[in-house]
Design a protein around this ligand. Structure first.
Ligand SMILES: Cc1cc2nc3c(=O)[nH]c(=O)nc-3n(C[C@H](O)[C@H](O)[C@H](O)COP(=O)(O)OP(=O)(O)OC[C@H]3O[C@@H](n4cnc5c(N)ncnc54)[C@H](O)[C@@H]3O)c2cc1C
Length: 449
């Protein structure tokens, strides 16, 4: 049977949206399917709404931090008003996403897509779509917690939709989502606890920088509990109680418990076996061209594929890469080296490239520049009490092997390091640039001596 479309994309988030439009622009017939309002996680339930909350929290925290140097104390978050402003943004996303598809001539299906055969997908069981290429762009969902009472635990979608802020919030898991939300909630006045099962939160980030964040978060009033394995949640006297073990057997009580213990590829509803699409717990198994290794008609991109990172930036890169490969034959490879990552805490933590531990395991010969930035003018003028940098520089070439920052504007400055790493710009060449002064970026020259 003839296919109905050249390309069917399942999922209309960052990756599905970009790929669908790229293929359509190149003249292919394209259809998209989604079982939630069109637009995906980043725009509606992730990066963008979160940033609305983070910037408000930053203002409050900065005002508090500067109360000894000229700012009157008392800035407060009006949670319902902040939520209204966030929702004004997110609620417009589905209509604008659909308009983009409609204008491009992309057919839209609303419903759950499930493979019926290697090249056929059923939408909500009442319609079948055949396509030459089928792209899985179904994103990720919170990992199952697997303990009693897991249904009582709110997920990030719920947190981003809270109409009022509970007095006490407990986060399970010490990853970036928990840490970011914890800072927002604390800035908005909640009592906040983060329960983490390992020795150190943010296990993939540079340890020394994470220690700085941990100290700073505690000074900000966030209770961080490590080596705590949550093993159940129950309702007691109107509150939620998280119990756990690893020595302590302690209980933590809150008015809301939030899941921040990782996300897994969203594949369960896809019926991948019917299409012979191999997958693991990490996502659809793909080759370097983002093509399924077991069904060449199928590509998988973004959080749904078993690639190293679950970020909007890499989802977008995956989409452009797979689109090229579908259109012109497999020739583009996604590049997950040196992707900058930010944890939007107060202040933010950022990193790109190797950590010290990773560099020590590699063959690289390098030296480390590290230090606190609290004495620098850029910190003193905003009353910043916690700020640290650590840069790994290759001996001989001066290439940056890794950069890790904690401090105001760390989320912007890291992009300069990422650019230097991408294009092989040495520390000496970076120093030659006349960075506009005085800015946080111009501080870079002190970090790369
Ligand atoms: C709270 C939070 C904060 C984040 N912050 C950041 C950040 O600051 N920076 C950053 O880079 N990344 C961030 N991320 C990660 C980022 O949002 C994701 O990496 C990115 O959105 C993934 O895009 P995607 O296209 O793979 O999937 P998604 O955007 O998740 O889209 C998947 C779509 O597929 C649909 N779908 C799933 N299954 C089916 C099916 N069977 N049939 C039909 N439709 C289906 C879903 O409804 C969804 O619309 C954050 C994520 C969260 C949760």
């Amino acid at each position: 049977m003839e296919p109905d479309h050249d390309v069917l994309v399942i999922g209309t988030g960052t990756s599905g949206y970009t790929l669908a439009l790229a293929c359509r622009k190149a003249g292919r017939t394209v259809a998209v399917a989604d079982n939630r309002p069109f637009g995906g996680t980043c725009a509606m339930r992730g990066c963008q709404p979160k940033k609305y909350l983070v910037v408000a929290a930053e203002v409050v925290q900065l005002a508090h931090q500067m109360s000894e140097i000229g700012i009157q104390p008392g800035a407060k978050i009006d949670w319902p008003a902040l939520m209204r402003s966030k929702t004004a943004f997110t609620s417009a996303v589905p209509a604008s996403t659909e308009a983009d598809f409609r204008d491009a001539g992309i057919e839209m299906f609303r419903g759950t897509a499930r493979f019926a055969s290697p090249d056929e997908v059923r939408i909500d069981e009442d319609m079948t779509v055949r396509a030459k290429h089928i792209v899985i762009a179904t994103g990720a969902r919170p990992a199952p917690l697997g303990f009693p009472g897991e249904e009582l635990v709110a997920i990030s979608d719920d947190f981003l939709d809270l109409t009022s802020l509970p007095r006490r919030i407990v986060f399970i898991g010490g990853g970036y989502i928990s840490l970011e939300f914890a800072h927002v909630a604390r800035a908005a006045g909640a009592e906040v606890t983060v329960l983490h099962r390992g020795e150190r939160i943010l296990k993939n980030s540079e340890a020394e920088i994470v220690d700085q964040l941990t100290d700073s978060a505690r000074a900000f009033g966030i209770q961080i509990v490590t080596n705590f394995q949550a093993c159940g949640v129950e309702r007691r006297d109107g509150a939620f109680v998280v119990s756990g073990y690893t020595g302590c057997g302690t209980e933590f009580e809150g008015d809301l418990v939030v899941h921040g213990a990782g996300r897994v590829a969203n594949l369960d509803e896809l019926g991948l076996d019917a299409a012979g699409v191999g997958h693991s717990a990490r996502g659809v198994t793909v080759n370097e061209f983002l093509q399924s290794v077991t069904n060449p008609r199928v590509y998988a991109i973004g959080d749904a594929s078993a690639t190293p990172l679950q970020l909007a930036t890499t989802a977008d890169m995956d989409a452009s890469t797979a689109a090229e490969n579908i259109l012109y034959g497999n020739r583009q490879r996604a590049d997950y080296e040196n992707v900058p990552r930010i944890v939007f805490t107060l202040p933010p933590l950022s990193g790109v490239g190797m950590t010290e531990a990773q560099a020590k395991k590699s063959d690289a010969r390098f030296h480390i520049n590290r230090g606190t930035m609290t004495g620098w003018a850029s910190s003193r003028r905003i009353g910043q009490k916690h700020a640290f940098y650590k840069v790994l520089i290759e001996d001989g070439t001066g290439h940056i092997l890794g950069a890790h920052l904690f401090g105001h504007n760390a989320g912007e400055v890291i992009n300069i390091f990422a650019m230097a790493m991408k294009f092989g710009i040495s520390n000496l060449d970076l120093k030659k640039v006349l960075w506009a002064y005085p800015t946080h970026v111009s501080d870079l020259k002190y970090m790369i001596e």
